[in-house]
Ligand binder design. Sequence first.
Ligand SMILES: Cc1ncc(COP(=O)(O)O)c(C=O)c1O
Length: 380
Amino acid sequence: MKLFDVYSLFAINIVKGKGTRVWDDNDQEYLDLYGGHAVISIGHCHPHYVKVLERQLCNLGFYSNSVINGLQEKVADRLGRVSGYDDYQLFLVNSGAEANENALKLASFHTGRTRVLAAGHAFHGRTSLAVEATDNPKIVAPINNNGHTTFLPLNDLPAWERELAKGDVCAVIIEAIQGVGGIRLATPEFAQGLAEACRKHGTVLICDEIQCGYGRSGKFFAHQWLGIKPDLITVAKGIGNGFPMGGVLISPRFVPVKGQLGTTFGGNHLACAAALAVLDVFNKEHLVDNAHEVGEYLIGKLKELQETEPHILEVRGRGLMIGVDLDVPHKDVRVPLIHQEHCFTGCAGTNVLRLLPPLCLTKADADLFVSKFKHILDTL
Ligand SMILES: Cc1ncc(COP(=O)(O)O)c(C=O)c1O
């Protein structure tokens, strides 16, 4: 059997990782400013994470959601405390799309409505409702194209207020920092006005924190820079440091109904062990603070570089979620960065280099990246 060929691959086979570095099968080391698409939060193969997962695997890999799972309760307790959402409830799933799917369903159950507002350039995943709220017609199959979603420009508050005033919107879903959309930041004025309009018109506000959350922005959640408190918050990626996992944080206003939501694998024992190990390392190594400090440092260094490098048009971001607008296609920089400088980065659109490193990135790593980046820009 052959693989279903849906990915454009770099011809590199990554077989090993440690901290902010990965190695290919020829033992070539790479600096990882991509974090396996913002997934690696505490660093590759952190020894504590490996130990906790090994221990859990020896005790119990899986049992179903028909019995008490004390590890899920621990994750809920610790995540609530560390994120400032102690009074919220947690529903655990397996991926980001699944988290958004369940959040949108909850909003619809709660309001009895079916309309969704999402931002232009939003990405919320590839399953049915999540992809309907994703602004990319190329990945929406006819069967998903059910007309539930209206896309509006991020930060254009009057446009959102006008739609909300119609009184038929079940959910507004936004990323506080758009990832796939090219590192676009929602403004506090927009977010606060939107939260107020949602309250006024009985609409559920969902913050998709799948990419921008879990410490990446330098606060636990990126929306915490904006002075809002959403009704539902979706998480995935960094929560398990590579173990497939997602979750919905749910305001106490929502009363759980038995059987309404469910999953076979969501919140399984191994996933919860991974999530607990991640939170242990966050706490011990102050990774949210590190993301803030090293992120600001890297953004500063990139802005300095912009002064002498005309190929850099703009540097945007918060913490370790950074976009660099280039005056050339990102592939002209990204490909040589990998093959000549042995450094992974992400991208967005056609011209944005997207940096999503592990949150344990050091200032020395940041300097090394900037020198590699400069080297490639100088050869263009
Ligand atoms: C903001 C955002 N939402 C949702 C998703 C979907 O997550 P997953 O690929 O785990 O389904 C992603 C993935 O990149 C994302 O960046």
